[in-house]
Ligand binder design. Structure first.
Ligand code: PRP
Ligand code: ZN
Length: 298
């Protein structure tokens, strides 16, 4: 299979290994994409839809899009923002937030170091893999400090003496605790996002891109949504509707042979708890069912 750009096939780049790898592959599978793995496993040919997969380092994805090597990518917002901070152009933009892999880029200081305001970072050496974002944040705070650029293992820099504090991604916070550091300030809130050129390609790839973005949006929107089904008397419907959490307009149908009772189904955009069900039951609902959703095309 050819690795030369083909205007009829869309290319999407995702992280080869790391935190976003599984999230990305899972998302694409839910969108109905299937790939034939090539031997080197860097380029996977799409079967069915004309969408191929590129498995790369996540830091490389914004650059690959700028160069036109691929049309879409899945990265942490932190990766896109760092790229934007280092390249004046706005060629690559966030197209869709995925509400997954949430984390933050934060300044962390040794546990015993007092640090109440960003001003106490003045003159310090800050280790980070995000020099662009860090420099912009320091400038915004009016703080002059030196940045020690490291590509990994940032959290051990203070113990090794190569930096005083760090600016790194924090998710659970376990890495900071293990390294006797504490989070002091947030530089950027991040989550997984779909990125691409601001303008869709003016050929078949543009059509494929719209189709795929709509599918991804559908997958993200149903992730937390539930279908609630129940029976109730027609007179109780207004009360029951009011108790459905984040519900869209429900569908109401007659129940055959059961005078005055109707069946209701509604999509609730968010968790439906036992408490919700018990409240609905007290309001007169019966036969309550809560089902997960798989696909949604609005
Ligand atoms: C990130 C980050 C921290 C860790 C934070 O590294 O650089 O080391 O995750 O996560 P936690 O708060 O849940 O402990 P990652 O594992 O992505 O690897 P990398 O540093 O090699 O990029
Ligand atoms: Zn790390």
């Amino acid at each position: 299979m050819s690795a030369v750009a083909d205007n009829a096939r869309l290319r999407i780049a995702v992280q080869k290994s790391g935190r976003l790898a599984e999230v990305s592959q899972d998302l694409l599978a839910r969108c109905g994409l299937r790939f034939r793995q090539s031997r080197d496993k860097l380029f996977c040919y799409g079967e069915g839809l004309a969408v191929d997969l590129l498995l790369v380092r996540d830091d490389d994805i914004p650059g690959l899009i700028t160069q036109g090597v691929c049309d879409l990518g899945i990265v942490g917002r932190n990766v896109l923002a760092e790229h934007a901070a280092n390249h004046a152009s706005q060629a690559v933009v966030e197209l869709l937030a995925l509400d997954a892999s949430r984390c933050r880029l934060a300044i962390a200081v040794p546990q015993e170091m007092p640090c109440e305001s960003p001003q106490c970072l003045a003159g310090k050496r800050i280790a980070s893999s995000y020099p662009g974002l860090l420099a912009a944040w320091l400038a915004e705070q009016g703080v002059v400090a030196s940045i020690v650029v490291l590509s990994g293992s940032v959290e051990i820099a203070p113990r090794l003496g190569s930096a005083d504090v760090i600016c790194d991604l924090v998710s659970s916070g376990a890495t900071l605790v293990a390294n006797h550091l504490r989070e002091a300030f947030t530089v950027l809130r991040s989550e997984a996002v779909v990125v691409g050129p601001a303008q869709a390609p003016p050929d078949e790839r543009g059509i494929l891109r719209d189709l795929l973005l709509r599918r991804i949006d559908g997958v993200v929107r149903v992730r937390e949504s539930r279908l609630v089904m129940l029976h109730a008397c027609r007179e109780q419907l207004a009360r029951i509707n009011a108790l459905l959490p984040n519900a869209q307009i429900p569908t109401v149908t007659e129940v055959a042979g059961d005078n005055g009772r109707v069946a209701l189904q509604a999509i609730c955009a968010g968790p439906v708890t036992w408490q919700h069900l018990e409240d609905l039951q007290r309001a007169g609902a019966s036969q309550l069912l809560v089902l997960p959703l798989e696909k949604l095309l609005a």
